[in-house]
Ligand binder design. Sequence first.
Ligand code: ZN
Length: 131
Amino acid sequence: MIKSFSLRTPKRTCLIDITGDVADAVRDLGVADGTVTVYTPHTTAAVTINESADPDVARDIDLTLRKLIPHAGDYRHTEGNSDAHIKSSLLGCSETVLISDGKLVLGTWQGVFFCEFDGPRMRKVFVASSG
Ligand code: ZN
C-alpha cells in the first residue's frame, strides 16, 4: 500500500518538516506495527531524519551543504543544477521509519524532513508500507 502527498517548496534550498504528513499517511495506510518507506521521486531533492525541535538545525544543514557543494562550480551538466543532484545523492531519496502502535518511532528530537535543493517547485512524497 502506498500513499502520497504533494508540497510546494518556497525557495531554492530548504529543509521542510514533513513529520505530520508522514504520520497522516501512516494513519491512512492503517499500519499498526512495521516499517514504512518515505520516498521522493526527484533527482534534486532528498529525504532525511534529523532534529526538528530546533529549526536552526535544518537551517545549519542547508547552509553547510551549500558551502560544501556550491551552486556554481566545475560542473558539466548543462541544466545548471549539478549541486542539487549531488546533494540529492549524498542524502538519499528515501528513509525507513519504524511504526509501533500506529505511531512513528522517532526520538524526542527527531523529525522527517523533505530536502529541497532546486526549488521552488511542486514536489511529491510517497509513503509505502511493507508487505
Ligand atoms: Zn539537472
